[in-house]
Design a protein around this ligand. Structure first.
Ligand code: ADP
Ligand code: MG
Length: 474
């Protein structure tokens, strides 16, 4: 195969990674190989039928579009399942995969051909933080039992001054979705940057991978150190999305450099450090070595307070918007999940009252937010039904799901099935583990979190799971 083809292929992979995010990319594309390019036809291979059918039904257009961006002659993608035998016979030297070459497929190299950025450019400009939401400040953060400690620690970090000893490093905040992690992290960033002598850099893990790391790579080692010196507080959100060996190595390097230089690091994640399976032990223990704080689920009282604060804030733009206390209580009582659902509920009431000009009443609220309320008594779904329907959907057998096989074509369906078992039944993790061939409860937990993490990013998977849920609840 020509070198130019391998180059295009690297670009396609890089693009897929950028567009889909690391987690989706590594789940579906990490083991895709380029076999041949013939005229306008590109032949790609994956190791399993499952991967093939999944990619075909969910990402075919995307893959083609990425190829066309890299090589305008391409008009067709052919996806095949490579057989292990053929592979070993062919025994072609495998191009180093993306894992070892880094997020953008380039090795860091001081002589990479790009001119090094001027070392005196301020770190913030050179490294570009993620966009911030103006509403996510300490002023709008409501403190309650479940987040007192997280809030206090965040405040403490935000109040630090340049040169102050750092009390706990890193500060690691973990919680489920919608419980205020991003809110606290951005509040720290706003507060820190308002006190102008300090530089607080807020990065989503994604930004860290694609922006920050690339910026660092384009500079010399000296510039790298310079750049880090300019940062007083590095804030990283959604650490669970940080994937890939080289990114993690980069992260570890940055973490150590900052902590050793007495700079503060703040991290949010959807799980505790001990559950970040893909991370190196040393990084994990470094993460756990600071202060690890969990934010618990929002209690009813806290939900009420958050809603109340939201309404007050909304009234500055929509003075006519009035939500009677009984409606707030109703929402606080019935929408128990997370801050995002609360926000969604209020947005509906606001939209409704704006569009119809009617006052917000309890009846209207009940009607508007009905589908945000998860039913109290969900239909009892049996684990066997889940296994049967998932197996059918992914074209594997039920005994595959229960087996100890770890190939991708059974691992993902198994995770989906465990996830559904956890979300649709009242079975405990150990019980679910037992029903899946005697697995440990931590395996189940991992599967549940894995899928939870993926569905946030992968619309196709989210839809797939919705369909499975519907089938099961019918
Ligand atoms: P996470 O990052 O943990 O998924 P977010 O910080 O994005 O959650 O919070 C989701 C929504 O809930 C946001 O609109 C946020 O402002 C709101 N929220 C969560 N906790 C609080 C709180 N304690 N006070 C005010 N708003 C909150
Ligand atoms: Mg968040």
């Amino acid at each position: 195969m020509m070198n130019a083809d391998q180059d295009s292929w690297s670009r396609v992979k890089e693009r897929l990674r950028m567009e889909l995010g690391e987690d989706v990319y590594s789940s579906w594309f990490a083991r895709m190989d380029l076999e041949a390019i013939d005229e306008g036809s590109v032949r790609l291979s994956v190791p399993t039928r499952f991967l093939k059918s999944w990619i075909q039904s969910h990402y075919a257009e995307r893959v083609l579009a990425c190829w066309q961006a890299a090589n305008t002659k391409v008009n067709r993608i052919e996806l095949i399942v490579r057989s292990a035998v053929l592979r070993s016979v062919a025994a072609k030297p495998k191009a180093p995969d993306v894992e070892t070459t880094g997020v953008n497929g380039m090795r860091f190299n001081a002589n990479s051909g790009r001119p090094p950025a001027p070392a005196d450019a301020s770190a913030h400009e050179a490294l570009g933080g993620s966009p911030l939401d103006a509403r996510l400040t300490f002023d709008t953060f409501v403190v309650g039992r479940s987040n007192t400690l997280g809030h206090a620690a965040a405040k403490q970090v935000a109040a630090g001054r340049r040169g102050d000893p750092v009390l706990f490093n890193p500060l690691y905040i973990h919680a489920g979705v919608g419980l205020g992690k991003t809110h606290l992290l951005q509040a720290i960033t706003w507060a820190g940057n308002a006190a102008s002598e300090r530089k607080v850099l807020y990065l989503t893990a994604e930004r860290f991978m694609y922006g920050f790391v690339a910026a660092l790579r384009s500079q010399t080692t000296i510039a790298f150190k310079e750049a880090l010196r300019g940062i007083d507080v590095l804030v990283i959100d959604d650490l669970q999305f940080l994937q890939g060996k080289s990114t993690q190595a980069e992260f570890c390097h940055t973490l150590n450099a900052l902590i050793d230089a007495g700079r503060q690091v703040v991290i949010a994640c959807d799980r505790p450090p001990s559950d970040l399976e893909s991370l190196d032990d040393r990084v994990r223990s470094r993460l756990a070595g600071g202060l690890v704080v969990e934010i618990g689920s929002l209690g009813e009282e806290l939900r009420f307070e958050i809603l109340n604060a939201r309404v007050t804030a909304a009234r500055t733009h929509h003075p006519g918007f009035d939500v009677p206390a009984p409606v707030l209580s109703y929402i606080a009582k019935t929408i128990t999940h997370n801050g995002r659902d609360l926000e969604g509920a209020l947005n509906r009431l606001l939209a409704h009252s704006k569009l119809t000009g009617h006052a917000v009443t309890l009846e209207m609220a009940e009607r508007e937010v009905r589908d945000l309320i998860r039913p109290q008594e969900p239909k009892r779904v049996k684990i066997e039904d889940i296994q049967r329907i998932v197996a059918r959907q992914y074209n594997v057998s039920r005994s595959d799901l229960l087996s100890s096989r770890r190939t991708a074509n059974v691992v993902r369906p198994r995770q989906v099935a465990m996830y559904l078992a956890k979300t649709l039944t009242l079975r405990s993790l150990p019980e679910i583990g037992r029903r899946f061939g005697g697995r440990d409860h931590t395996t189940v937990l991992h599967a549940v979190r894995k899928i939870e993490g993926l569905v946030g990013n992968d619309m196709a998977l989210a839809e797939e799971i919705e369909i499975l849920k519907r089938q099961l609840q019918e």
